[in-house]
Structures are given as structure tokens and as C-alpha cells.
Design a binder for this molecule. Sequence first.
Ligand code: F6R
Length: 607
Amino acid sequence: MCGIVAYVGYRPAVAIVVDGLRRLEYRGYDSAGVAAVTQNRLIVHKAQGRVDEFARGLPQRIAGTTAIAHTRWATHGAPTDDNAHPHTDSTGRVAIVHNGIIENAGELRAKLELEGTVFVSETDSEVLAHLIGREVESGSSDLATAVRNALTHVVGTYGLAVLDAQRPGEVVAARNGSPLLIGVGPRETFVASDPSAVVAHTQQVVHLDDGEIATLRPGTYSLMRDGRATTRTPVLVDVEATAYELGAHEHWMLKEIHEQPEAVERALLGRLDDRFATAHLSGLALSPREAQAVRRVVLLGCGSAYFAGQLGAQLIEGTARIPARAEPASEFRYRNPVIEPDTLYVAVSQSGETYDTLAAVQEVKRKGGRVVGVVNVVGSAIARECDTGLYLHAGPEVSVTSTKSYTATAVVLALLAVHLGRVRDLSPADGKRLIAGLRALPEQISQVLKIESQIAELAGAWAQRQSVLYVGRVRGAVVAQEAALKLKEVAYVHAEAYSASELKHGPLALISPDIPVIMVLPDDELFEKNLGTVAEIKARHGQVLAVGHSARLADRVDDLLLVPRSEPELDPILLGIPLQLFAYHAAVALGHDVDRPRNLAKSVTVE
Ligand code: F6R
């Protein structure tokens, strides 16, 4: 949510930061802007709209080897030219780009206005520019100290990069609750809100911690915390620049749907233990005795991460026979939950930045609970906040809509279920069966992807509908919820998920030829019951598209997508995949910009 990139080095800075903005655009695409220092003057360009449009409007060549840039997802103030970042102080000496929310911006703004400051935007961020400008003008010894002094007035979260026209060759960055990293190359240094903006130039990075302020000069950086110098050596970011390239794919969402076989393979790598028919999860750091002592599991996440958590809860309860449930982290954090010492809390997040999930983790920890993170982004805030963790290793997820990380999360939670099961009553035979099922998933996902043209044709035909009902029972119910979310997000088609068993308690009233039903129909112990639901829908002239295993369904439903059979516990993982493609192709058929769904951006780092 919002992207920051900054450069200080020896090459023309604007070209580098604008290229970085293109790579960060998935984090926000309302407006873009850049500020550079040229001959001790700030040059600022910013505009509402997409990065490409913005870049086309820039002057041919802007001199200067120091620049900061931003791509915005509007929170405070509409997406206008004035509200776009960078923001400058009244003298035009200082420019800032900011991610996060300044909670006391109203109060600070009122105070500054009383002192005569004129604001030109409606944003909370502009107060930072004026506060820092005031400190610089009052003669702070250096820019980092000016930033530090200014931040003492601020309540809120920030990832911040600052330029001072009088200090060319220097950028100051500060972090509190909003991710920021430094990239270090020979004779050049970068700041970015995520590695995608720098990996084309360097893989040596330092992840800033909350409370740290960094001063960057070409090829060097220094850090301070609470006014004292600190040191940290860069680490190698384990992502190739090509991972952030779209290649021959038309959209990131489609690319990542197709990357799922490899993502699952990576999630499983080194974790299947054939000898003891269990999963080897060193990151969990639970001794067998501690694992035995777990009485309950609570999974916390938002959106697709929450739905993956629901799949995980079913897997854990079904396999390990430990009561397990998932809850939206956004609700959990506000309801003063009871935290129990023998409950294992699992925080699920692709980005590791989702503010609600982070706050839920903090709430659990504050009350003495134990939290395991199931996170994709290494070194992210949630990963660091949790006691222990299991990384997904799904590779970078650029699409705003989550697909491969959802699937990889379900796989990692299945591993956790097997692991917890095998320290309890899951038999070696069942452990072996599930491990074989997990091992077969990458190949089976590839098979599902082969029916894409059939799915695209159906999605094209269904895309014109006003509303779609997704229905499933028990395992299928979770698949239905995630699939409905996908359709809403990218196709903007109203979609509702309902459990098949609840239909007759009310929503059956909706069934008519106008509201088609997508039914998740695995060939499991509930198959016959689900056929009963199909009959109820058909009797009311409903149209049914089934996703299932059995060709027997063909003459009972209007359309059928067949997927390979897995182990019953793992079936939901495969059944979800055609419905990701369905949402994607429905959105394409409707002409939507799949990678920039309206009103959304990647990583919800605000409340
Ligand atoms: C849905 C989607 C969102 C995220 C949610 C949590 O396609 O992408 O619902 O799943 O915002 O994000 P993470 O997993 O980064 O915590």
C-alpha cells in the first residue's frame, strides 16, 4: 500500500526511481511523483494517475544523482495532483515521501497553521514536510537529527524518505510500522518499501527496524536509534530480479496462478519426512512435548489469508484432532479475546505487513500467548513479531489478488496439521497417505491449469451475470468463500458464498435462472448430500456450474469442471484453482484491469 523508492549515487537518479515506481505500482496506483536535487534546488513533479502516464509527462532529462519517489494509494485526501507525494515544506527546501498514517495530523496541522504555515494538500503526510522543514531551517546539525526532532511530535506509522536541497548526495530514511529497506551497491544506495524496486540493482539489503533513522550517501549508509549510532551489515535478499518480471504473461495474476506448481514444490521442499511419515518443520520450534501440550489452535489472518486459515483449521482439527478455528485478525484484535497459554496462535499473512494481523499478533503476545507466523515475505514485520515461524517460500506475489500465496499457505498449514497429528494420534499409515497426497499436488495443479481454455469460455459466458452464488459443504464451503472473494475483487461481480447445508434455511429464496450457482462438489463422504442440494437448486430453475471429481455429475448440472482427486483432506487445495482462473477470465472478459483492481492495492498496512 503506497510505494517508496529513493536513490543516491552517481547515475541520473530520476530514471532509476521512476523505474522503481513501475515495479512498485502494485502497491498503489492513484498518483505518482518524484523529487530530485539539481544545483541545490528541488525539482518536483507529481500527478494523479498511473506511473506510465506520469513518466510520459516528465521532462526529457532531469539532472541530479539524488531523488525520492512515491506511488500512492489514497487514504487521507482524494487522488489529486496536490495530494500526490512528494510533499515539500513552505520554503521548497525539503521534500518527503511517506507511507503510513500520521494519527495526530489534524492537531499538528492546526498548530502549524496558527504559526502561519500554508498547506497545499489534504494529506496527513504534508505535516511531516513542514515539521522537518522547520527543524532544518532552525539549524539542526544534520538532516537525520532534523528528522528525528520532527518525528518526536508525531504519533502514527511511517516509512519515510527525505531530501534537503542544501544537502545533495544525501537521503534520510526513517521507519515506524511501515516497511523500509536500504539497498547497498558500489557507489550507490537505495531506499525502498519493498525489494522489488531495488533487486535489479543490488541484492544487498538492510531491513530497517522500527525507530531507526538512516542517512544514505553514495555507496554508504549510517544508522541511528534514539540518537545513538547503531550498525548492521547488509543481508542477501534471496530473490532474483527476474521474479519481478512479467515475461510473456499478460497479467501478474495469471502469471502467479501458473506459478502454483513451483510455489507448492518450494513450500514442501525439505519438509516431507518419509521415515516417520510426518512433516519436518524446524521453523516451528516446538518440541514434541510442547506440541502434545497444545489444546487448541487459533488461526488469524485477513481476506484470503483468513480463508486459507479456515482451510488450515479444518485440516488441523480433522487430522490432529485438536480443536481449531480461524478468525479474521481484524475482528479478533478489537474484541478483547481470551488468550490461553495452551492455545497455539497462528498468524497467516502473505505480505507480513497487514496491519490488522500485526495488531492481532501484538494483542496475543501482550497477553502472554505464543504465536507462530505463516508468512511469505522473509523478514517482514509479522514474521519478526511472531515467536517462531514457517515461511511459505512461494516467491514474490505481485498481483494485488492473492492466488499462489493462498495455495502455498494451505499447503504449509496441511504440513502443520500432519506434524501436530503425528505427535498425537494420526497413524503412520495416514501420515504416509497425506504426505503422498501433498507430494502429488504440484503435478495435479499443472493438470488443473490445462483446462484453462474451458474455464475461460465458461467465465466469458457467466461474466455478464449480475450476481453469482458460490455453494459448498464443509471443506467445499471454504473453497466457495475464497472463490467468491476472487470474483468480487477482480471482476466486480457480486458474489456470495453460502454453505450448502444452510441454503434451505433462507438463501434458497434467491435461486432463479438469474442468479447462477457455482457449486464445489468433491467426491467425498458428503457427495450424496451435495447431489440433494443440486436437485433443490435445479428444481427452482437454477443454473449450476459444478467443480468436482466425478463425471457422474455431468448430467445433473449445466456445466462441469473436473479436477484430479487428491486425499479428501487436501481436495480443497485443488478445487480452488479452477475458480481462481474463473475469476481471472471473467474479469478479462469484462475488460477490467486485473492487476489494478479498483479501490484495492497490495498489502493493507493501514487500519
Ligand atoms: C485477496 C487478498 C487480500 C489479502 C489480505 C491479507 O485476494 O489479496 O484479501 O489476502 O489483505 O493480506 P496478507 O496475506 O498480506 O496479510
